[in-house]
Design a protein around this ligand. Structure first.
Ligand code: NAI
Length: 338
């Protein structure tokens, strides 16, 4: 037995040393709205991510059950559920990344802007708590209308004196995910190899997929590009209608949210050249917030990349979206300063 003990102890010393030379940093990820349609599968996917050491699941109701179920999965992170506003501070403390899918989703016939009145208040409250309990966390905003909720978050953080534009992201990854899927189907190229930048914002015509820059290249004709653009812009509505009143895109959104959070985790851990599309404070156009490719770094985004060469169709789409995006931004700023 003593030989066995010393062999075991040698093994654990070796594995400890192995860890010491190549440590995976401790990272706390918080999901706000974790018991919802997006929140639950997103919590599951974050539990599968080996870069997460602590997973904090917060909602106004229902989190103990979600946390208990997710916590039984035998992966690295420790899971804790928090319920109700009095536990919000504890849920947020020490966070590296806060993902926000809290709020109400669309029903058939609603636009994302119809959600404004309810979700704007929810986001304002949650961002005030972020400013207080984890002002250095990266914020991944999923709650709609993203075109307005991101400017609301920025205003709340400015007022609290904690605003750093590099740490605030509107999650537009689902638009990219859809554009890739739809493009691959028409271009007959393997979907896993496809890249399509999607710029602008995250609602209707403000979603501007740049299929002229898609790779692998395929010579799709103008009508097809127009149809792909429309389908990407209406992708959310397609799901809302198919669900017929039972919610919006939850599963593909959870996937997209997990992809974006993973990109943030990698870049926080020092992986270079992680590039994702996101809706951020921007000077790429004359609009104060705009989605485009951004290069991520150790403290949020390092660089907002330009739009590259646009086709005539892209240029026209860009001009067409500016009015709506500008007014959604102004609406958010006005609400936050009421
Ligand atoms: P859901 O209604 O199923 O879940 C929302 C969750 O938020 C609920 O569990 C609710 O209890 C919780 N919640 C409400 N107030 C809260 C508060 N003050 N603090 C914490 N949690 C709170 O809705 P679903 O389908 O999960 O959608 C959530 C949001 O995500 C909606 O605003 C929806 O429009 C948006 N969305 C965004 C997409 C994007 O691409 N960015 C795609 C799809 C949806």
């Amino acid at each position: 037995p003593s030989m066995l003990r010393s062999a075991v102890s040698r093994c654990s010393q070796l594995s400890r040393r192995g860890y010491a030379t190549n440590p995976v940093p401790e990272r706390k990820v918080v999901v706000l709205g974790a018991a919802g349609g997006i929140g639950q599968p997103l919590s599951l996917l974050m539990k599968l991510n080996p870069l997460v050491s602590s997973l904090s699941l917060y909602d106004i109701a229902g989190t103990p059950g979600v946390a208990a179920a997710v916590s039984h999965i035998n992966t690295r992170s420790e899971v804790v559920g928090y319920q109700g506003e009095e536990q919000l501070g504890k849920a947020l403390e020490g966070a590296d990344i806060v993902i926000i899918p809290a709020g109400v989703p669309r029903k058939p016939g609603m636009t994302r802007d119809d959600l404004f009145n309810i979700n704007a208040g929810i986001v304002k409250g949650l961002c005030s708590a972020i400013a207080k309990y984890c002002p250095h966390a990266l914020v991944n905003m999923i709650s709609n209308p993203v075109n307005s909720t991101v400017p609301i978050a920025a205003e709340v953080f400015k007022k609290a004196g904690t605003y750093d534009e590099r740490r605030l992201f509107g999650v537009t990854t689902l638009d990219v995910v859809r554009a890739k899927t739809f493009y691959a189907g028409k271009a007959k190229v393997p979907v896993a190899e496809v890249n399509v930048p999607v710029v602008g914002g995250h609602a209707g015509i403000t979603i501007l997929p740049l299929f002229s820059q898609a790779t692998p290249q395929a010579n799709l004709d103008h009508d097809l590009i127009q149809a792909l653009t429309k389908r990407t812009q209406d992708g959310g509505t397609e799901v809302v209608e198919a669900k017929a009143g039972k919610g919006s895109a939850t599963l593909s959104m959870a996937y997209a949210g997990a992809i974006f959070a993973d990109a943030c985790l990698k870049s926080l851990n020092g992986v270079p050249d992680v590039v994702e599309c996101s809706y951020v404070q921007s000077s790429v156009t004359d609009l104060p917030f705009f989605a485009s490719k951004v290069r991520l770094g150790k403290n949020g985004w390092d660089e907002v990349l330009g739009l590259g060469t646009l086709s005539d169709f892209g240029n026209q789409g860009l001009e067409n979206l500016k009015g709506e995006l500008q007014s959604s931004i102004e609406k958010g700023i006005k609400f936050a300063n009421q």
